[in-house]
Design a protein. Structure first.
Length: 198
């Protein structure tokens, strides 16, 4: 009688494409994927699919990187006018934004806020009735996108009475943005500084 070796008991497998590359596998419910795994005979296929599931879950829970909204900085002398840009480092289909800023009213006088070429498709409303506080709202039906995108310019006058060097911060105290699909855009805030050099 011919002896049966352990090798004869193991089925032969052809090298096949790893299931991680088969996109339709990830379209199945997770419970069906595990049922399929029980029917596979190749340990290599089981390990490969486990790795693909782990990668899929890991990528699904990684939060999207927040967009940075920044107030620019400027330098000027008493009595001069300065311009501070408001910008996004990167935005994709941003269709609405509300930003509340504060500034030192004893050093600066707010003049106006103007849209830029990039944000011409958005309407904008500015409320500056409370000294030291600016509320800016911009919105439109179609979002804007780009990198290092200046969407608004703020204009101030440095007050005449300042006779020595000072620094005045322009702070973003509240910010909210939405895409044209009405999804919230996570924001990180960067404040600006006005250097008064007399």
């Amino acid at each position: 009688m011919k002896a049966i070796r352990d090798d004869d008991m193991m089925p032969e497998y052809e090298q096949e494409e790893c299931p991680i590359a088969q996109e339709h596998e990830m379209e199945k419910p997770l419970s069906h994927i595990f049922q399929d795994m029980l029917c596979w005979k190749s340990p290599q296929e089981v390990v490969c699919m486990l790795l693909s599931i782990t990668l899929f879950i890991f990528l699904a829970v990684i939060p999207a990187r927040a967009a940075e909204v920044t107030v620019g900085s400027a330098k000027g002398k008493a009595g001069s006018e300065i311009q501070l840009p408001l910008s996004f480092d990167k935005t994709d289909n941003m269709a609405g934004v509300k930003i509340v800023l504060t500034y030192n009213q004893d050093m600066l006088e707010f003049l106006k806020a103007e849209k830029t070429e990039s944000s011409q498709g958005l309407m904008h409303i500015v409320n500056s009735t409370v000294p030291g506080r600016i509320v800016l709202v911009m919105a439109g039906a179609t979002g804007i996108k780009g990198e290092n995108l200046v969407f608004c310019n703020l204009y101030f006058r440095i007050k005449e009475k300042l006779t020595s060097a000072f620094q005045a911060q322009i702070r973003i105290v509240e910010a909210e943005a939405k895409s044209d699909q009405l999804k919230n855009i996570q924001l990180e805030l960067r404040n600006g500084v006005v250097v008064i050099d007399n």
